[in-house]
Design a protein around this ligand. Structure first.
Ligand code: XIL
Length: 571
């Protein structure tokens, strides 16, 4: 497979939010109108793991991260403001109000975001869930309403004037309208359109980059006899289950990792996703949360919160983390791509690798240090680039092949105990990509670069991408002969028109066989495990399309390929 393609498959998916423990309940008590007393959403709740937020006695300081999602070619920049996935969720069916007191606004912009579910976040797109954003922009109140059918807000309204310093905003959600108040004055309404009907509200905070504001208080109130309660995020620890992929693999003569990519959104909001991940897998790869555009949004700003949540989950369930990825030409924040001189590019890369690998030192077992260094352009295989990607790759453009050496030596210094991998796609089969990859690996070894292994992504996006297990086995053996480990890092198999699940069974089990039998294969890893949220489902579509490429279906039920994998591990 040469070029990356993301297919789009239409079919509806519903995002479920379920399963957290209740902290306390209120609701029935209240005044004669049937309204409950106000419930505090700050004290006793976790706001310390919200990216960009700093909890103090004064309230919650909010510094806008300016976090944006770029297209594969580096263009665009969809806003990706942080969601407090580790924090409180309001459970309410019916009318309610939320009141926020914001200090320090006026001279800076501040926003409170209410979501009815966690956004599904891809590398180049965030599926914006139904929700409401309430804030002070300039000296006015700004309200945006997303209806779950588009990236852009369906309604944007500005109200009032002359607001500054400390502003108390209330949104009252009743049936078809949301009433907006500022400092006790009614400002008007926006249409509700059922945006907060799921029964759950998650919260997010955002603002201007570098000019923080403070959230002084945040409360919710149930109206007209509605019941309301606040749940905390679920505990990361999941009860152990026997007879799963991970427990069966652990019984092999030479155990190896059973891996999956994992995303923080579903992990912290979907109980079945979380339980399946913990019970079935012994190794996880952060799907997107460790990529530079997510954790390094500004030159001097890192935001490790979502990544840290994945690590906490792994630690709580005795799962190893294969971290992904330090140096890649995609998913870069705009500032990284805008650097002008080779020196600036080199410095940014070294600082990034040092800081990120340093932050996760001792918490992850492996890194994809360099991702996808091979080119998609035929010319790069004959023009002296030795098959390395030059176009849109700022690292190669600034440093040539040496960028790979530098990335590995820097990562090794920052985390000497981690196994360091180079990860690539389309090299499972014979051909110029494999030859270029092997030659590169040989050069790196000859130069004494601290590389431990090669990851084979094994994406099969179309019928033509099917590869033979025996060819792959030869590649794995060849790497063993030069002292390198190998892993299947991102396997998924999209079924084409007319193909049955037997095709998946053959592909997945064929590759698993190789991993069981070749002593230098360290992990059999999937790129996600359920068709509900997959990178192979589709980008930019509402409702979120489901895929067909993975062993669990969109309802998190195991498919034929799951049973076949389990069977193979049982021997
Ligand atoms: C994927 C992400 O999972 C998606 O969210 C995104 O839409 C496309 O990229 N190779 C890699 C992964 O190394 O990081 C990519 O992840 C898939 C291809």
């Amino acid at each position: 497979m040469r070029r990356k393609a993301l297919l789009s498959m239409a079919s509806a998916a519903s995002v479920l939010l379920c399963g957290a423990t209740a902290l306390y309940a209120t609701g029935a008590l209240g005044d004669s109108s049937g309204n409950s007393s106000r419930t505090d959403l700050l004290s006793g709740q976790d706001w310390s793991h919200l990216a960009g937020a700093k909890v103090s006695n004064d309230g919650i300081g909010v510094n806008g991260l300016g976090r944006r999602i770029v297209q594969q070619d580096g263009s665009g920049g969809q806003a990706n403001p942080p969601v407090n996935l580790s924090g409180p969720r309001l459970r309410v069916k019916g009318s309610f109000s939320v009141t926020a007191t914001m200090a320090g606004v006026g001279s800076t912009d501040g926003y409170l975001h209410l979501y009815d579910s966690a956004p599904v976040v891809y590398d180049e797109w965030r599926q914006e869930p139904p929700g409401l954003r309430l804030g002070v922009e300039g000296s006015r109140v700004r309200v945006d309403v997303w209806d779950g059918r588009s990236d852009t807000a369906r309604t944007t309204k500005r109200f009032g004037t002359g607001l500054s310093d400390t502003v108390t905003l209330t949104a009252t959600v009743t049936g078809t309208t949301i009433k907006i108040r500022a400092n006790s004055a009614d400002l008007g309404t926006v249409p509700a359109q059922g945006i907060l009907d799921s029964g759950t509200v998650l919260f997010g905070l955002d603002g201007t980059t570098g000019r923080p504001w403070t959230l002084k208080s945040l409360t919710a109130q149930a109206l007209n006899g509605t019941a309301l309660r606040i749940d905390q995020a679920p505990s990361p620890t999941v009860e152990h289950t026997d007879g799963t992929l991970r427990t069966t693999a652990a019984g092999l003569t030479r155990p190896f990792g059973i891996g999956t990519a994992l995303a923080s959104g579903p992990l912290l909001t979907d109980t079945v996703y979380r339980t399946t991940a913990a019970t079935q897998f012994s190794m996880i790869t952060p799907e997107n949360d460790f990529k530079p555009q997510f954790l390094h949004p500004q030159p001097d700003t890192y935001a490790f919160d979502e990544g840290d949540a994945l690590v906490r989950f792994a630690q709580a369930n005795n799962i190893r983390v294969h971290a992904h990825t330090l140096v890649w030409h995609e998913a870069l924040p705009a500032w990284m791509r805008a650097l002008k001189t080779p020196d600036a590019v080199e410095k940014a890369m070294v600082d990034h690798v040092n800081t990120v690998a340093g932050h996760y030192r001792g918490k992850v077992t492996e890194w994809d240090v360099v991702n996808e260094p091979l080119s998609d352009e035929d010319a790069d295989y004959t023009n002296g680039n030795r098959g390395l990607r030059a176009g849109r790759n700022p690292w190669f453009q600034a440093l040539g092949e040496q960028y790979i050496d530098l990335a590995f030596t820097t990562a090794h210094r920052a985390d000497p105990d981690a196994d360091l991998y180079l990860n690539e796609y389309g090299a499972e089969e014979d051909g110029e990509r494999w030859e270029a990859l092997l030659a590169l690996a040989q050069r790196l070894k000859a130069r004494g670069v601290p590389i431990d292994g090669i990851g084979f992504q094994n994406h099969e996006y179309e019928k033509g991408d099917r590869t033979a297990a025996e060819t792959f086995r030869r590649h794995v053996r060849k790497l063993a002969s030069i002292g390198l480990k190998a892993r299947i890092s991102e396997m998924d198999v999209i079924l084409g028109e007319g193909e049955s699940q037997d095709v998946q069974v053959r592909q997945f089990v064929g590759k698993l066989d190789v991993c069981v039998e070749e002593p230098n294969c360290t992990t059999f890893g999937l790129w996600g495990f359920t068709d509900r949220y997959g990178s192979t489902s589709g980008v930019g579509e509402y409702p979120l399309p489901t895929g067909n490429a993975l062993p669990w279906d969109e309802d998190l039920r195991p498919k034929k390929v799951y049973s076949a994998l389990l069977e193979r591990l049982r021997g």
